[in-house]
Design a protein. Structure first.
Length: 223
Protein backbone atom coordinates (compact mmCIF):
# COMPACT_ATOMS: atom_id res chain seq x y z
CA UNK A 1 0.00 0.00 0.00
CA UNK A 2 1.34 3.42 -1.00
CA UNK A 3 1.95 6.04 1.65
CA UNK A 4 -0.83 8.18 0.20
CA UNK A 5 -3.30 5.30 0.53
CA UNK A 6 -2.12 4.63 4.07
CA UNK A 7 -2.76 8.26 5.00
CA UNK A 8 -6.24 8.08 3.50
CA UNK A 9 -6.98 4.89 5.41
CA UNK A 10 -5.79 6.57 8.59
CA UNK A 11 -8.21 9.47 8.02
CA UNK A 12 -11.06 6.99 7.59
CA UNK A 13 -10.11 5.19 10.79
CA UNK A 14 -9.95 8.46 12.72
CA UNK A 15 -13.39 9.63 11.62
CA UNK A 16 -14.77 6.17 12.44
CA UNK A 17 -13.33 6.30 15.94
CA UNK A 18 -14.73 9.78 16.50
CA UNK A 19 -18.10 8.76 15.10
CA UNK A 20 -18.38 5.72 17.39
CA UNK A 21 -17.44 7.89 20.38
CA UNK A 22 -20.10 10.48 19.56
CA UNK A 23 -22.75 7.80 19.07
CA UNK A 24 -21.81 6.49 22.52
CA UNK A 25 -22.12 10.02 23.93
CA UNK A 26 -25.65 10.37 22.55
CA UNK A 27 -26.62 6.90 23.79
CA UNK A 28 -25.30 7.77 27.26
CA UNK A 29 -27.17 11.09 27.16
CA UNK A 30 -30.35 9.15 26.45
CA UNK A 31 -29.79 6.80 29.40
CA UNK A 32 -28.70 9.61 31.72
CA UNK A 33 -31.78 11.68 30.94
CA UNK A 34 -34.34 8.88 31.06
CA UNK A 35 -32.90 7.37 34.26
CA UNK A 36 -31.75 10.58 35.98
CA UNK A 37 -28.26 9.04 36.09
CA UNK A 38 -25.93 11.78 37.30
CA UNK A 39 -22.84 9.55 37.32
CA UNK A 40 -23.34 8.70 33.66
CA UNK A 41 -23.97 12.37 32.86
CA UNK A 42 -20.66 13.30 34.48
CA UNK A 43 -18.94 10.66 32.34
CA UNK A 44 -20.36 12.30 29.21
CA UNK A 45 -19.05 15.68 30.29
CA UNK A 46 -15.62 14.25 31.08
CA UNK A 47 -15.37 12.74 27.57
CA UNK A 48 -16.26 16.00 25.83
CA UNK A 49 -12.60 17.03 25.64
CA UNK A 50 -11.73 13.75 23.93
CA UNK A 51 -14.27 14.52 21.20
CA UNK A 52 -12.81 18.03 20.83
CA UNK A 53 -9.33 16.55 20.48
CA UNK A 54 -10.53 14.24 17.71
CA UNK A 55 -12.00 17.16 15.79
CA UNK A 56 -8.79 19.19 16.00
CA UNK A 57 -6.62 16.23 15.02
CA UNK A 58 -8.77 15.25 12.05
CA UNK A 59 -8.91 18.83 10.80
CA UNK A 60 -5.12 19.10 11.02
CA UNK A 61 -4.55 15.75 9.29
CA UNK A 62 -6.96 16.62 6.48
CA UNK A 63 -5.17 19.92 5.87
CA UNK A 64 -1.86 18.06 5.86
CA UNK A 65 -3.20 15.51 3.36
CA UNK A 66 -4.41 18.22 0.98
CA UNK A 67 -1.14 20.13 1.20
CA UNK A 68 1.01 17.05 0.71
CA UNK A 69 -0.89 15.12 -1.97
CA UNK A 70 -3.08 17.71 -3.76
CA UNK A 71 -5.97 15.22 -4.09
CA UNK A 72 -8.56 15.55 -6.85
CA UNK A 73 -11.99 14.11 -7.65
CA UNK A 74 -13.31 11.55 -5.16
CA UNK A 75 -10.22 11.69 -2.92
CA UNK A 76 -10.60 15.45 -2.51
CA UNK A 77 -14.32 15.10 -1.87
CA UNK A 78 -13.65 12.51 0.81
CA UNK A 79 -11.11 14.68 2.62
CA UNK A 80 -13.39 17.73 2.50
CA UNK A 81 -16.33 15.65 3.70
CA UNK A 82 -14.32 14.15 6.57
CA UNK A 83 -13.33 17.65 7.70
CA UNK A 84 -16.93 18.85 7.72
CA UNK A 85 -18.26 15.67 9.29
CA UNK A 86 -15.75 15.89 12.15
CA UNK A 87 -16.89 19.45 12.88
CA UNK A 88 -20.52 18.34 12.81
CA UNK A 89 -19.85 15.37 15.09
CA UNK A 90 -18.19 17.70 17.57
CA UNK A 91 -21.31 19.85 17.61
CA UNK A 92 -23.51 16.82 18.18
CA UNK A 93 -21.28 15.85 21.11
CA UNK A 94 -21.70 19.38 22.48
CA UNK A 95 -25.47 18.90 22.52
CA UNK A 96 -25.06 15.52 24.25
CA UNK A 97 -22.92 17.24 26.88
CA UNK A 98 -25.57 19.94 27.24
CA UNK A 99 -28.17 17.26 27.97
CA UNK A 100 -25.77 15.72 30.50
CA UNK A 101 -25.37 19.07 32.27
CA UNK A 102 -29.15 19.31 32.51
CA UNK A 103 -29.16 15.94 34.29
CA UNK A 104 -26.41 16.99 36.67
CA UNK A 105 -28.31 20.10 37.75
CA UNK A 106 -31.22 17.87 38.91
CA UNK A 107 -33.50 20.85 39.53
CA UNK A 108 -36.36 19.74 37.26
CA UNK A 109 -36.27 15.97 37.41
CA UNK A 110 -39.71 15.53 39.02
CA UNK A 111 -41.17 17.47 36.09
CA UNK A 112 -39.09 15.47 33.59
CA UNK A 113 -40.19 12.11 35.01
CA UNK A 114 -43.84 13.09 34.75
CA UNK A 115 -43.61 14.25 31.16
CA UNK A 116 -40.89 12.22 29.44
CA UNK A 117 -43.18 9.46 28.14
CA UNK A 118 -45.73 11.94 26.80
CA UNK A 119 -42.96 13.95 25.14
CA UNK A 120 -41.60 10.77 23.45
CA UNK A 121 -38.01 11.55 24.43
CA UNK A 122 -36.89 7.93 24.18
CA UNK A 123 -38.35 7.60 20.68
CA UNK A 124 -36.64 10.84 19.64
CA UNK A 125 -33.29 9.56 20.90
CA UNK A 126 -33.76 6.24 19.11
CA UNK A 127 -34.44 7.94 15.78
CA UNK A 128 -31.36 10.12 16.21
CA UNK A 129 -29.16 7.14 17.05
CA UNK A 130 -30.49 5.28 14.00
CA UNK A 131 -29.64 8.27 11.81
CA UNK A 132 -26.09 8.36 13.15
CA UNK A 133 -25.53 4.62 12.85
CA UNK A 134 -26.99 4.37 9.34
CA UNK A 135 -24.91 7.34 8.21
CA UNK A 136 -21.72 5.70 9.45
CA UNK A 137 -22.59 2.57 7.49
CA UNK A 138 -23.17 4.70 4.38
CA UNK A 139 -19.77 6.35 4.70
CA UNK A 140 -17.89 3.11 5.22
CA UNK A 141 -19.69 1.35 2.37
CA UNK A 142 -19.37 4.43 0.14
CA UNK A 143 -23.03 3.98 -0.70
CA UNK A 144 -25.52 6.85 -0.56
CA UNK A 145 -28.57 4.87 -1.67
CA UNK A 146 -30.17 5.04 1.78
CA UNK A 147 -29.55 8.80 2.12
CA UNK A 148 -33.17 9.61 1.39
CA UNK A 149 -34.41 7.27 4.12
CA UNK A 150 -32.00 8.77 6.65
CA UNK A 151 -33.00 12.32 5.74
CA UNK A 152 -36.68 11.34 6.06
CA UNK A 153 -36.00 10.37 9.68
CA UNK A 154 -35.17 14.00 10.42
CA UNK A 155 -38.78 14.80 9.57
CA UNK A 156 -39.82 12.29 12.22
CA UNK A 157 -37.55 14.05 14.72
CA UNK A 158 -39.08 17.40 13.78
CA UNK A 159 -42.57 16.00 14.23
CA UNK A 160 -41.78 14.70 17.72
CA UNK A 161 -40.21 18.07 18.53
CA UNK A 162 -43.28 19.99 17.33
CA UNK A 163 -45.66 17.74 19.25
CA UNK A 164 -43.53 18.00 22.40
CA UNK A 165 -43.48 21.77 22.12
CA UNK A 166 -47.29 21.83 21.89
CA UNK A 167 -47.65 19.45 24.85
CA UNK A 168 -45.33 21.55 27.00
CA UNK A 169 -47.05 24.79 26.03
CA UNK A 170 -50.42 23.36 27.03
CA UNK A 171 -49.03 21.99 30.30
CA UNK A 172 -47.53 25.36 31.23
CA UNK A 173 -50.83 27.11 30.59
CA UNK A 174 -52.36 24.90 33.28
CA UNK A 175 -49.37 24.64 35.65
CA UNK A 176 -47.71 28.03 35.96
CA UNK A 177 -45.48 26.74 38.78
CA UNK A 178 -43.72 24.55 36.22
CA UNK A 179 -42.73 27.42 33.93
CA UNK A 180 -39.01 27.34 34.76
CA UNK A 181 -38.77 23.55 34.39
CA UNK A 182 -40.86 23.70 31.24
CA UNK A 183 -38.57 26.24 29.64
CA UNK A 184 -35.56 24.11 30.57
CA UNK A 185 -37.21 21.10 28.98
CA UNK A 186 -38.00 23.06 25.81
CA UNK A 187 -34.34 23.99 25.50
CA UNK A 188 -33.32 20.37 26.02
CA UNK A 189 -35.70 19.06 23.35
CA UNK A 190 -34.42 21.78 21.05
CA UNK A 191 -30.91 20.36 21.52
CA UNK A 192 -32.20 16.98 20.40
CA UNK A 193 -33.89 18.50 17.36
CA UNK A 194 -30.63 20.21 16.42
CA UNK A 195 -28.82 16.85 16.60
CA UNK A 196 -31.23 15.66 13.93
CA UNK A 197 -30.37 18.66 11.75
CA UNK A 198 -26.67 17.91 12.11
CA UNK A 199 -27.25 14.26 11.21
CA UNK A 200 -28.89 15.48 8.01
CA UNK A 201 -25.86 17.66 7.32
CA UNK A 202 -23.64 14.60 7.65
CA UNK A 203 -25.79 12.70 5.15
CA UNK A 204 -25.44 15.59 2.71
CA UNK A 205 -21.66 15.37 3.04
CA UNK A 206 -21.74 11.63 2.33
CA UNK A 207 -23.81 12.21 -0.81
CA UNK A 208 -21.31 14.86 -1.88
CA UNK A 209 -18.42 12.44 -1.34
CA UNK A 210 -19.99 9.43 -3.05
CA UNK A 211 -22.05 11.01 -5.83
CA UNK A 212 -20.55 14.50 -6.21
CA UNK A 213 -23.99 16.01 -5.58
CA UNK A 214 -24.54 19.10 -3.45
CA UNK A 215 -27.77 18.74 -1.45
CA UNK A 216 -27.43 21.78 0.78
CA UNK A 217 -30.61 23.88 0.61
CA UNK A 218 -32.17 21.25 -1.67
CA UNK A 219 -33.13 18.13 0.27
CA UNK A 220 -34.57 14.68 -0.42
CA UNK A 221 -36.23 15.59 -3.72
CA UNK A 222 -32.78 16.06 -5.29
CA UNK A 223 -31.68 12.48 -4.57
Amino acid sequence: MKHKEQEMQYLKEEINQMWVLVIAQVEKAKQALLNNDVELALEIISLEKRVDAFELKIDSNCEHYIALYSPVAIDLRLVLSVMKISITLERIADYAAGIARYVVERECHPFTSKMKEVLELEKMFDVLLNMMTDSLVSLNSENAKNAGKILAKDKEVNEIYSNAFAVLAEHLRRESADVYCGLEMMMLIRKMERIGDHCSNIVEEIVFFVEAKVLKHKGISEL
